[in-house]
Design a protein around this ligand. Structure first.
Ligand code: PMP
Length: 500
């Protein structure tokens, strides 16, 4: 393997974001695998919306477009632990379909926000109703509103896409013979069914190992899933328990996973404990520079477990389904602080400047410069005319905090954004800053005036709001506001600006 970093010239010009799905890299682990055995990871985070489920998203939509199940502009709906929803949100945004997602409330908050950012609607379902609950809700909504339901747990387009892309990529990258061992977990079983079908046919020597949370052996237990006449799961599987690996092992055996088991392509099971998944995800990050989610940590943990007893020279491939960035709010990031640790404080204190515990290197404010009389007149006119005025910077956090306070309290105000394009001509914004500096004695922005009277900056405005003196001034100036807004004004500051 080439040990030097190189840039390979490939085609990188695409007609749509959806064309960038697939062709994810397979990377060898160099520091955490045992000697003599090669462990590789297939990094599905390289898909455009950051997970393996982008593959299903484009496959489901294009299959439904082709067979007429999805009409132009029709709403798409799907039940998801998040990654399928994020992938569908990306595909639906690119193709112009509205998307509604149902998701149990226990999946990470990042997932909700990513889907909403991509324009989808997210309908949460109670965690107590498990995966089955979110699916039942999606079915109800699809039936009621005539929406297209993507049905990832049984849709053959899911497994077919993995047979067509993921499996081909693996065979191609391993030189046609495939790895000695392929390790995957399952959420729908799409990866498992599609990849194992092709590997079994074209690389029969490859052992296919399935990993599950150690407390949830729904497939490994061999206990069949009960199903109703339509083949739908009729009750939660008796071995189901809540578990850590978001995206894995729902409370029933999905049809696609059951198909793979029935086809006899599963050579064994490697159960993995939640703690091992977290430990390996952290090791991958810190010792390999590979940043992945919990199911990726779990799959690699299973691969490392298998590596312990593997013959020398064995090549093991583990699927790594998504990125760690959608787990910042979860237990994966427990112990990862926002504030500086004692160690970091010590590094900070090891030089004089830019510290939080001393003014050491802080530059003295620049001396006041003379203000132009015509600009002074302009500023005075604004202050005289406007009942509430804030001289602000467009993107300054303190200014935004004041804006949030005013919005919450229903206070109408004029904002003069000194750094905006409107105040660029002749450096009017800069000249106004000189006037404000001269008049208030303060070099900082924002500066707030009520009824022609100077209040001060953000801090003084928060204090005046909290001690109600601002209420009196607003009243005197005839400005309406919401007296029921009694929150601490400082709560509108971002946490990094909170007084220490
Ligand atoms: N890991 C994560 C984080 C997932 O979201 C999913 C899909 N729900 C999987 C693994 C499993 O993939 P598949 O649906 O192909 O079995």
């Amino acid at each position: 393997m080439n040990m030097q970093t190189t840039v390979t010239q490939t085609t990188s010009l695409y007609g749509s974001i959806t064309e960038t799905i697939g062709q994810t890299p397979i990377v060898r682990l160099n520091r955490i695998a045992p000697p003599g055995v090669e462990v590789f990871v297939k990094l599905e985070a390289f898909n455009p919306a950051g997970s393996v489920k982008d593959r299903f998203a484009i496959a489901a939509i294009e299959a439904a477009e082709a067979n007429g199940a999805l009409q132009p502009g029709q709403t798409v709906i799907e039940a998801t632990s998040g990654n399928t929803g994020i992938g569908l949100a990306m595909v639906c945004a690119a193709k112009g379909y509205p998307l509604v997602v149902t998701m149990a409330e226990n999946f990470s908050v990042e997932r909700r926000k990513l889907m909403r950012f991509l324009g989808a609607k997210v309908v949460l379902t109670p965690a107590s109703e498990k995966g089955s609950g979110m699916i039942a809700k999606a079915e109800e909504l699809a039936a009621k509103h005539g929406w297209f339901l993507a049905r990832q747990f049984e849709n053959e387009a899911n497994a077919d896409m993995h047979a067509r892309t993921t499996a081909r990529e693996i065979l191609n990258d391993f030189g046609g013979t495939g790895p000695d061992v392929f390790v995957t977990g399952f959420g729908t079983g799409g990866t498992l069914k599609g990849v194992s079908r092709v590997l079994r046919a074209e690389s029969p020597e490859t052992r296919i190992m399935v990993t599950e949370p150690d407390n949830v052996p729904i497939l490994g237990s061999g206990i069949a899933q009960t199903r109703d006449a339509d083949g739908r799961p009729s009750a939660s599987h008796p071995m189901f328990r809540p578990h850590l690996m978001q995206g894995w092992s729902p409370d029933f055996i999905p049809k696609l996973a059951e198909d793979a088991q029935r086809a006899g392509v599963i050579d064994g099971f490697q159960p993995i404990a939640g703690q091992a998944a977290l430990d390996v995800a952290r090791d991958l990050a810190r010792k390999e520079g590979i940043f992945c989610g919990i199911s990726g940590g779990a799959t690699v943990a299973a691969a490392l477990e298998l590596a312990k007893t593997a013959a020398p020279g064995t090549r093991i491939l583990a699927m790594v389904p998504d990125t760690g960035e959608r787990y910042m709010s979860t237990v994966l990031f427990d112990g990862i602080a926002e504030t500086m640790s004692e160690d970091e404080m010590e590094i900070s204190r090891s030089t004089e400047g830019y510290r939080f515990d001393a003014k050491g290197g802080a530059a003295a404010p620049a001396p006041a410069e003379p203000a132009k009389p015509e600009v002074t007149a302009q500023v005075e006119a604004i202050v005289a005319q406007e009942p509430v005025v804030m001289f602000a910077l467009e993107w300054c956090e303190f200014c935004w905090s004041v804006r949030k306070l005013f919005a919450a309290a229903g206070i109408a105000y004029k904002t003069v954004d000194l750094d905006s394009v409107a105040y660029q001509d002749g450096n009017l914004g800069g000249e106004m800053r000189k006037v404000l500096r001269a008049q208030t004695g303060q070099p900082t922005i924002p500066q707030i005036y009520v009824g022609g009277q100077h209040i001060g900056g953000a801090t003084e405005t928060f204090d005046a709001f909290n001690d109600r003196s601002l209420w009196d001034m607003l009243e005197a100036a005839g400005v309406a506001f919401d007296r029921s807004m009694t929150e601490n004004a400082y709560s509108f500051l971002p946490t990094w600006l909170h007084p220490r």
